[in-house]
Design a protein around this ligand. Structure first.
Ligand code: C2E
Ligand code: CA
Ligand code: CA
Ligand code: CA
Length: 274
């Protein structure tokens, strides 16, 4: 009887400690990784429905000398839990703005860069100052910076609205990322000074073959349009999805159908063919 109760306990315990160890090691490596320039940005182009490049999203990767490429899904949540996301997010924004300005100085196609802003980073009291500081330091025209925030922020209304207004006053654009997956504060959406709705890719995955999904996507698009927002769809992988989106009045597309995220070298080549 002893063994029977002991076994699952030991199993659970070792699994747990494995995970804890993994988390600890990621956590411990963060500060060094930043100093050591192990974080890099990839860029996923954003297109019009006609296939013209009109923007790009900066996506962080961690190039660990031992482990290799670590994707954001594996470290962003740990970075959020530990607070390291504030430092990392500041680096991401600085690097995206610096690179965009460098490309514009080389006379490449000038397009805005979007940066993901974690809720923890956004609510930090110093956030607006740090955006302003980065724009000053890099010399990037604020019209070429877009901040992607998630729906979860559309909750603490007064505080968030005033912060968004300050950011808009700087001249940057705001988009709501992963729209439809978080808390639905559709009532509030009209009060937020945002420019673009990025509809999450789960809404396009089974379109057009699944009629219910197609109807749902269409109504989300209508909602965004009725609020005067630019409608972007994420995760478009097929011609049929593109066609549906286009026919129902969508504006912008980001997805493997047009392009996967690119290294900065590949992105600069794309901007060269203007
Ligand atoms: P996200 O902001 O929703 O970014 C889009 C993700 O979807 C990217 O994954 C991209 O590679 C992927 N994707 C784009 N098109 C397609 C498609 O057609 N099909 C499929 N299956 N996937 C597609 P990635 O680069 O692994 O990033 C994952 C998430 O990590 C991002 O989701 C974002 O939430 C977070 N993230 C990435 N970079 C940063 C960052 O600098 N700061 C913060 N806070 N989060 C970041
Ligand atoms: Ca995003
Ligand atoms: Ca997204
Ligand atoms: Ca997503």
């Amino acid at each position: 009887a002893k063994e029977i109760t002991a076994k699952p306990y030991v199993y659970f315990n070792s699994k747990l400690s494995e995970r804890l160890e993994e988390r600890m090691s990621i956590e411990k490596r963060f500060p060094h990784a930043l100093e050591n320039n192990e974080f890099i940005l990839h860029y996923q182009p954003k297109y019009t429905t006609e296939g013209k490049v009109v923007g790009m999203e900066a996506l962080v990767r961690w190039l660990d000398p031992i482990v290799g490429v670590i994707n954001p899904a594996q470290f962003i949540s740990v970075a959020e839990e530990t607070g390291f996301i504030v430092e990392l997010g500041t680096w991401v924004m600085y690097e995206a703005c610096r690179q965009n300005q460098a490309w514009q100085n080389q006379d490449l196609l000038p397009i805005p860069v979007s940066v993901n802003v974690s809720a923890i980073q956004f609510v930090h009291p110093n956030f607006v100052n740090s955006v302003e500081d980065i724009l000053l330091k890099t010399g990037l025209d604020p019209r070429f910076l877009e901040l992607e925030i998630t729906e979860s922020l559309l909750i603490d209304v007064d505080h968030i609205i005033s912060k968004l207004q300050k950011l808009k006053a700087l001249g940057v654009s705001i988009s709501i990322d992963d729209f439809g997956t978080g808390y639905s504060s559709i009532n509030y959406l009209k009060d937020f000074p945002v420019d673009t709705l990025k509809i999450d890719r789960t809404f396009v995955m089974n379109v057009p073959e699944n009629e219910r999904d197609a109807a749902l996507l269409n109504s989300i698009m209508q909602l965004g349009r009725s609020l005067g927002l630019t409608i972007l769809i994420e995760g478009v992988e097929t011609k049929e999805q593109l066609q549906f989106f286009k026919e129902h009045g969508g504006d912008l597309i980001q997805g493997y159908y047009f392009s996967k995220p690119l290294t900065k070298f590949k992105m600069s080549q794309l901007l060269l063919t203007k």
